[in-house]
Structure formats: C-alpha cells, structure tokens
Design a protein around this ligand. Structure first.
Ligand code: AMP
Length: 273
C-alpha cells in the first residue's frame, strides 16, 4: 500500500491510474479510527474497481466549536495495519494545515436535504462535509466514491451535490456494519464504556422491533403506524435513559440520534413496505 502525504505524491501515484482506461479508481473517504464498517467499504470498493484509495482526514469544517474535533479518536498506526490487511492500494493521509483548509472552495449542502435530522441539530455540519468531500474529489478524481448508509443523510446530500455538479463520479452506498450486539460500528464507540455499549445496543434492538411490526402490519393508514412507531421508539429510548436528539422517518427509513453521556450516536433502519 502506497502511503501518500503530499499533493505531489498524490499526482505522481495516481497519474498512471488516471491515464489507464482499464483501471477504475474507487475512493473511500474516512476520518480514521478505522473499524470493520470502514473496512467493509474498502471491500466494496475492491469489488467495483481495480484500484482503491482510502483517505484519512479529520475534517475541522464539519465540527462545530462545541463538538469533539480535538478529542476525536486518532489511531493512525492501527489504521495502517487494518488497511494493509484489507489490501487497499493507496492511503492518502494529507497534512493540510488550517490556512489550507480555510482556502478551499466552500460548497453548500442542499438546504432542503439538510434541514432535518442531523442537519437540524448540527448547523453547518453538512456544508463542512460537502466542502471537504468536494475538495478530495477534485484532487483524487475517482470513478467511484463509497459511502456508508450509517450516515444516510450525508449520502443523500452528497448524491445531490454530485447531481448538481453533473459529476461523473458514481456514489456507491455500503450497508451499515454492526457489532454482534447490533450496535452500529462507529469511531465514536471508542468513547463508550462496556456498560454504555451494552446500553447503546438497545438502539438497534428498538429499531428492529419496530421495523418488524411495521413490515408485518396489515393495518392502514401506514402513516399512522409510522407515527406510533416513532413515538414508541422515543419513549423507550427515554426510558433507557438516552438523551434523545431525534427519532424521525424519511427516505423509507427510521432515523435515531441520541447521546450517551456526551457521546452522540446515530443509526437508521430501512422499512420495506
Ligand atoms: P467516518 O470516518 O465516520 O467519517 O466514516 C467514513 C465512512 O465510513 C462514511 O461513509 C461512513 O458512513 C462510513 N461508516 C461509518 N460507520 C460505518 C458502519 N458502521 N458501517 C458502514 N459504513 C460506516
């Protein structure tokens, strides 16, 4: 695996891939602290393209002043071992400084798509995501970009960004990878104690229970069933002691965001009618 730090190195390494029509490039952007969810995206990238590039960059633009940018887990040495084992071709680990980040072109997320869910509780977050992802896309010029459904709203917003730009980059979604307990894998799970992880596993349990009820139900109207599922989930999350940010339904999915202590966790589940 080629480890790339600078723009010159990036151009040198990717030149032959860009010039070879038989070599497609799939890109997996991450903020590091890699877990099996990230690695599942690398595997997906390998299925669809001859070359895979993973980036690790903790993007300051997507954190508000009160969020965990400085304490965000950084496990670079372990990340390299995992990427080597997965067989990624390139790791881009840039050392952008503050001035460079401030100089990149700012791209605004769709107001409509970022008005609800995480966009409502994290103002500016998706603008920060769009700006940095757009910048990486411009530098890396991939054929495919693989994003996890764990951050489903992010995926929809980036899909919209590419559509508006008439980009030729194809966005490829990857399923949510979970712990055996059902807890969606997340770099932020590193903040949780074992006890908190057990508690957090109830998020998926509740989502799965309501999914089953909704999918098995023959009652109409479905919108009332969904409303009552959302109320049920919220009540039970509160009973478990979670600080609930939202429980919502969109894109045929139920979305949940909670805090366990100061750790924010998100999850979602598809409902197939
Ligand atoms: P992050 O490092 O948290 O910015 O995530 C980088 C990419 O990994 C994003 O596309 C996420 O949606 C994806 N991702 C994070 N957690 C998971 C998971 N548990 N399963 C699948 N993809 C994930």
């Amino acid at each position: 695996m080629q480890i790339i730090r600078t723009l010159d190195e990036l151009n040198e390494n990717l030149k032959s891939v860009w010039e070879n029509d038989n070599e497609l490039l799939a890109y997996v952007p991450t903020m590091g602290a890699l877990h099996s969810g990230h690695i599942s995206l690398v595997k997906k990238a390998q299925e669809i393209a001859q070359k895979t590039l993973v980036s690790i960059f903790v993007n300051p633009l997507q954190f508000s002043l009160t969020e965990d940018f400085s304490s965000y887990p950084r496990t670079y040495e372990e990340d390299i071992v995992k990427l080597l084992a997965a067989g990624a071709d390139f790791l881009y680990y840039p050392d952008f400084d503050q001035a460079y980040i401030e100089s990149i072109k700012k791209v605004k997320a769709s107001e409509e798509l970022s008005a609800s869910l995480c966009g409502a509780s994290r103002p500016g977050h998706f603008d920060g995501v769009c700006s940095i992802v757009n910048h990486f896309f411009e530098l890396i010029k991939p054929d495919f970009a693989v994003f996890g459904e764990k951050d489903y709203q992010q995926l929809k917003i980036l899909e919209d960004m590419l559509l508006c730009q008439q980009s030729i980059i194809e966005l490829v979604p990857g399923k949510i990878f979970r712990e055996e307990s059902g807890l969606a894998m997340s770099s932020r799970n590193n903040y949780l104690s074992e006890e908190e992880k057990l508690l957090a596993a109830n998020i998926y349990k509740l989502l799965s229970e309501e999914k089953k009820k909704l999918e098995d139900s023959t009652l109409e109207p479905i919108s009332e069933m969904i409303d009552s599922a959302l109320i049920n989930i919220k009540e039970k999350l509160l009973e478990f002691g979670f600080d609930v940010d939202y429980v919502d339904f969109k894109w045929s999915r139920i979305f949940v965001a909670v805090k366990v202590g100061s750790t924010r966790l998100i999850d979602n589940i598809e409902i197939i009618f």
